[in-house]
Design a binder for this molecule. Structure first.
Ligand SMILES: O=C(O)CC1=CCC(=O)O1
Length: 91
């Protein structure tokens, strides 16, 4: 099942740089591990914002929630999820 996921990151401006760098490094490792499994096939930077648009390919919304809530940046993100269904004109 495919999901369109929009993530906006809002790190506190007063977070120490070393802490922010550590979370970002753990986020990258977590995300790339999921990409290698095929569960996170697309990630795109939203130009001009600390945000991304991603596509997840997972069994269901429960699996998606488990993966998203495991993101190291999850406590600092606003996330919007849209379930995708096959378009009748798709070939
Ligand atoms: O930088 C972002 O958009 C947040 C993020 C999600 C996965 C990743 O590696 O960074």
């Amino acid at each position: 099942m495919l999901f369109h996921v929009a993530m906006e990151v809002n790190l506190p401006p007063d977070m120490p740089k070393a802490e922010a760098d550590d979370i970002k490094a753990r986020e990258k490792a977590y995300a790339q591990a999921l990409m290698r499994t095929g569960k996170w096939p697309h990630i795109w930077r939203v130009a001009g914002r600390y945000a991304n648009i991603s596509v997840f390919d997972v069994a269901d919304a429960d699996e998606l929630h488990a993966l998203l809530s495991g993101l190291p940046l999850f406590p600092y993100m606003d996330i919007e999820v849209t379930a995708l269904a096959r378009h009748p004109s798709a070939i």
